[in-house]
Design a protein around this ligand. Structure first.
Ligand code: MTE
Ligand code: MOS
Length: 814
């Protein structure tokens, strides 16, 4: 066992403790950034001026009228920016644009004594614009050749030879939607400037260090003159990894220009119409199987819908390419990626960060091809799981693939899969208008940032003279329970009870140059740094204790608030006493800790290397029931076995698995971003921009039976106290729901029918899938020559076309 993963006896990690803020969350006492406004004097409120064109040049901006509105204090425009007029790290996101790039793009901001004054002021501003041609859908962008950023390829072997030698070759297309984060707390920032011109911004941000950098470059300051703090977020889900920066910069600019604190909080409609979402993708593919159904070759082109600027689209695409294999061995692979540039919000990180999109493509392929191969989907998937000695298409060995097999078998056993499959067949025979489906799908998700430099973290741990402990680290809390886990890590390493350790809000002046709390790596990275800081302190205290106990320092043990020698005869001394002694002996009682993930390498040009410390595994089986008249469905039962290594905090991990799964099911089956693709004046508008039109999972959509089990005997050598990341991987367990819906829809048709299912598989989409199953000749399955590139869809396709997908397939003769 490695020093990093080894646990002492009776550790505080591994205990099922509640979230450190659970009581505050449920009583409403927990403070979020916007709650600070009531505690701040003379606050100004910021309101955007959104221009309602998909694409237009701003020819004039008449701001004078706003200043006549009572309570309006100032209008912020490009002319006010002392530094760089840019909100991103790619320098393609003007903070005050002179070209409107999407419907609702903010061109300037109004500051008022009240939000209402600022709103009225914004309404008084006239923007003269010259409309420009726009590209709204990813297909329009592909046809127009509108792309941005790099176009990487992951390649292994000879894909053409692989396809040529395959017994069965299919090809198809698949377009699927993105997802709105719908964090309960919308974007928010509150900025102050002190007497020395130092800027302090409280921001709901997953990446305080980058928010700091952007604020500094907009204001023309050095990073050391800007401090960013994040108390906690009411959900981030990736939506606050890059998107908060420009908003924080507006607040900071306002504070600098007026000398008053400025608060910027988006309301829900503003948040949904102005900030980025999960990328929708378009995929074209050709796949080859051998006679037994083993994957032989995959050739695919993934085009993500990046929106108007790059934001995180390049790393999101890279992760999609690195996850198209999901849990399956594919000998010959070629996956090309490109990013469409469209007139939409700039799409961004969202739980899974492209991984779900890559994996959805292969799961869709397997779900569609299984009937054409004459196999049931569960058998086909199981047959293709990675086994020992195999590597991913980008060259990383798949360590512990046996965990996939173990989790798979455990789900089959505990969910009574075989018996229920038979029951469902009997049910479907007996019911003409209602059908059930049961599907099982795996997850393999790489943990670490693809970008190697981000895999580092820092911490600052103070032990005060009374023995109490204060921890700072670079990670942010967004509900995922990172802070709770970090308290458990500190308590474990120092050998003190959990209540002796307190956590301070995340601030850039405590721990500098931090990475985003993202890629699920928050606990791995910050836990490593905290453990390192605590070990430094413990080693110093061991010297002090050794003298006091009359044993060598290596024989000193810390645990449960007491310090003792290794022998049974040794009388324990209270932790507080050793701390006091150390202080009087002038021994440093605090330490800065640092951690970097070892063993990673990634060549982003060749798209090869070992970018991930390890893979997280999981398996889910879901059963659904579908109504043949409406396509409405319910999820009857879900069984999950998921690998979190040795859990740092089992209750939190359970919550992450349940929450991730439900969020994934929302993306795949309920939540529908509808962009106006018409040629009318509202072209480019997000039609589903409120909770009334954007259907989120709620209690009524929870599985009726929901069994989640953590995989046992799963110690991860390469991570803190043997744990694994949990934040994102469970989202992808929801593929099982989508595949169960496909199977239930297929049950309405003849045996062996291949069903295309749109994503999201809303009741409407499921209805069309049922229709296709009932009359396969009316579906989108057409014959085509083997190896022939699928056609582009024609422009006059029927109305249902956009919500469905097209496939061509050909079974080559052997
Ligand atoms: N859980 C809650 N409750 N709220 C969130 O915003 N974000 C997810 C996941 N779980 C999120 C969450 C995302 S996108 C990531 S990357 C991880 O948490 C980040 O935290 P971690 O690295 O500490 O797991
Ligand atoms: Mo998570 S999408 O990496 O913030």
């Amino acid at each position: 066992m490695s020093a990093l993963s080894e646990r002492p006896t009776d550790p505080v990690v591994g205990r099922a403790v509640p979230h450190e803020s659970a009581a505050l969350h449920v009583t409403g006492e927990a403070l979020y950034t916007d709650d600070l406004v009531l505690r701040t004097k003379d606050v100004l409120h910021a309101h955007p001026v959104q221009v309602l064109h998909a694409h237009a040049r701003v020819t004039a901006l008449h701001t004078e009228a706003a200043l006549q509105v009572p309570g309006v204090v100032r209008v912020l425009t490009a002319a006010d920016v002392p530094g760089v007029n840019d909100a991103g790290v790619k320098h393609d996101e003007p903070l005050f644009p002179d070209e409107v790039m999407f419907y609702g793009h903010a061109v300037c901001w109004v500051l008022g004594d009240s939000l209402e004054a600022a709103r009225l002021g914004a309404a008084a501003i006239q923007a003269e614009v010259e409309p420009l041609p726009s590209l709204v859908s990813v297909r329009e962008a592909i046809d127009a050749g509108s792309f941005q950023g790099g176009q990487p390829t992951v390649e292994r072997g000879d894909v053409e030879a692989g396809l040529a030698g395959a017994a069965h070759v299919f090809s198809g297309e698949f377009e699927f939607a993105g997802q709105e984060h719908f964090y309960l707390e919308t974007h928010c920032a509150l900025a102050h400037v002190d007497e020395g011109g130092q800027v302090f911004v409280q921001s709901s941000t997953q990446h305080p260090s980058e928010t700091q950098e952007i604020v500094a470059h907009v204001l023309g300051l050095s990073n050391s003159e800007v401090t960013v703090q994040c108390l906690r977020m009411g959900g981030g889900f990736g939506g606050k990894e890059m998107q908060p920066h420009g908003l924080a910069a507006i607040a900071a600019l306002g504070a600098k220009l007026t000398g008053r604190p400025v608060r910027l909080r988006l309301n829900r409609t503003q948040d949904m119409t102005m900030t980025g979402k999960r990328h929708g993708f378009h995929a074209r593919w050709r796949v080859g199987f051998d006679a037994a159904g083993r994957l032989q070759a995959l050739d695919a082109t993934l085009t993500s819908d990046g929106g108007w600027s790059l934001d995180l689209s390049e790393p999101v695409l890279a992760r999609a390419l690195c996850h198209i294999d999901n849990a399956y061995w594919i000998p010959d692979v070629r996956v090309n990626g490109r990013i469409a540039k469209t007139n939409k919000t700039s799409q961004t990180a969202f739980r899974g960060f492209g991984g779900p999109q890559g994996m959805l493509v292969i799961e869709d392929i397997l779900g569609r091809c299984a009937p054409l191969l004459g196999q049931d989907a569960a058998t086909l998937r199981r047959r293709n799981l990675y086994s020992a000695g195999q590597t991913t298409p980008y060259g990383q060995p798949v360590r512990h693939p046996e965990r996939l097999a173990t989790a798979w078998q455990q789900v089959l056993d505990t969910s009574d899969f075989a018996a229920r499959t038979e029951e469902i067949a009997a049910f479907n025979d007996a019911h003409g208008d209602t059908k059930r489906g049961l599907a099982i799908t795996p997850v393999k998700f790489g943990v670490s940032f693809n970008f190697t430099a981000f895999n580092q973290a820092g911490a600052l741990v103070h032990v005060y003279k009374d023995g109490s402990v204060l921890v700072n680290h670079g990670g942010t809390e967004m509900g995922q329970g990172l802070h709770t886990k970090m308290l458990q890590v500190a308590a474990t390493t120092l050998g003190v009870p959990l209540h002796r350790v307190r956590l301070a809000p995340t601030r850039t002046d405590k721990v500098p140059n931090t990475s985003a709390t993202a890629a699920s790596s928050g606990a791995d990275l910050n836990g490593g740094a905290i453990k390192n800081a605590c070990e430094q302190i413990r080693e110093r205290l061991a010297q002090v204790a050794a003298e006091r106990l009359g044993v060598p320092p290596v024989d000193v043990r810390f645990g449960d608030g007491r310090v003792r020698g290794i022998s049974f005869a040794s009388e324990p001394v209270p932790w507080e006493e050793i701390v006091q002694l150390a202080y009087f002996q002038r021994v440093q009682l605090w330490a800065a800790g640092y951690y970097r993930t070892e063993g990673l390498h990634w060549d982003s040009t060749l798209m090869r290397g070992e970018p991930f410390k390890y893979f997280s595994y999981g398996v889910a089986a879901s059963e659904v029931e579908v109504d043949g008249f409406t396509g409405a469905y319910r999820v009857r039962r879900v069984d999950i076995v998921h690998d979190v290594g040795d859990s740092l905090s089992p209750l939190l991990d359970l919550g992450q698995i349940e929450g991730g799964f439900v969020q994934g099911a929302g993306w795949l089956t309920l939540e529908e971003l509808r962009w106006d693709e018409s040629d009318g004046i509202t072209r480019g508008r997000l039609a589903s921009s409120a909770a009334s039109t954007y259907k989120l999972p709620s209690f009524s959509e929870m599985p009726e039976v929901f069994n989640v089990t953590l995989l046992t005997n799963a110690t991860e050598e390469g991570a803190v106290y043997g744990s694994k990341a949990v934040g994102e991987p469970p989202l992808m367990l929801a593929f099982s729901v989508r595949e169960a819906l496909r199977q239930a829809a297929a049950a309405f048709g003849p045996v062996g029918v291949s069903v295309d299912l749109a994503s999201p598989a809303t009741p409407e989409a499921v209805f069309w899938a049922i229709e296709q199953a009932r009359c396969p000749e009316h579906g989108h399955v057409e014959e085509g020559a083997p190896g022939v590139e699928p056609e582009q869809p024609d422009a006059d396709a029927p109305l249902m076309e956009p919500y469905s997908e097209r496939v061509q397939h050909q079974l080559t003769q052997t």
